[in-house]
Design a protein around this ligand. Structure first.
Ligand code: BT5
Length: 229
């Protein structure tokens, strides 16, 4: 494990020199990355930001299940460390009372044998005035008096456990995701990468981890929970 007092982005560091089974942790990120070139902002000293480099050892067709599995692991870790109810929004946002407490950025690196850089950002000790966006929350705001070390100590073993489970039985992890994902059954608005908007009921998560909205399977894109179905 490498701990940086300050780093641009732990995912960027990990992707630049991916060493399997390593963890890169930053006390503070100055250029944290979200998906689709968005940013992930956290004030110094308040958030857990780290990346794990792993060899998922999965068939290509099971790689899309990896982000879903990581979301389950973070939910497990938060449940252990903070005992707050955390909902999993498809594909891999973690919400408390509808606000985002953690985000996951998964990148595939390496050519001969693909490795996964799993970036996890968790808002631990942010006060309400520290929140970077109004849609965010933190464990502290949710009433959990927990420090970053305790959260890290719970999330890392949960991540390791889910990777083992995924390698052994991808279908079983998908089944668990289907039963726990809070998006299924809701009225949603999905914004597809090409800008198209799709409104309808999220009816299922298919075999490839895609969300089925109004009968169409979405593999990438952003989903807003409109209201409970
Ligand atoms: C994510 O992207 O949720 C992935 C976040 C991954 C962050 C980790 S930290 C360690 C590792 N190193 C990195 O550089 N990244 C990873 P996305 O779904 O695109 O969400 C990004 C959006 O969330 C932004 O556009 C903001 O609206 C919002 N946002 C930014 N910072 C936030 C925060 N701290 N908490 C909640 N929402 C935030």
């Amino acid at each position: 494990m490498t701990l940086h007092a300050e780093a641009s982005s732990t995912n960027a560091l990990a992707a630049a020199d991916p060493v399997v089974d390593t963890l890169i942790v930053a006390d503070h990120q100055t250029a944290g990355r979200g998906r689709l070139d968005r940013t992930w902002e956290t004030p110094p000293g308040t958030a857990l930001t780290f990346s794990a480099v792993v060899d998922p050892d999965l068939a290509d067709h099971d790689w899309p299940l990896l982000p879903l599995a990581v979301a389950l692991a973070v939910a497990d870790g938060l449940g252990t460390a903070a005992a707050v109810p955390v909902a999993v929004k498809w594909p891999n946002d973690l919400l408390i009372d509808g606000a985002k407490v953690a985000g996951i950025l998964l990148e595939r690196v390496g050519s001969d044998r693909p490795l996964a850089v799993i970036g996890i950002g968790i808002n631990v000790g942010l006060a309400a005035e520290d929140l970077p966006v109004p849609t965010a929350t933190s464990l502290r705001i949710a009433g959990a008096a927990v420090d970053r070390t305790a959260v890290f100590a719970a999330v890392v073993p949960a991540l390791s456990a889910i990777l083992t489970a995924l390698r052994a039985d991808p279908g079983a992890v998908l089944e668990r995701y289907r039963s726990e994902c809070d998006t299924v059954g809701r009225e949603v608005e999905a914004q597809l990468p090409d800008g198209e908007r799709l409104v309808g009921t999220a009816s299922a998560v298919d075999r490839h981890g895609r969300l089925v909205v109004a009968g169409r399977a979405i593999g990438a894109g952003d989903v807003v929970h409109v209201r409970p179905a």
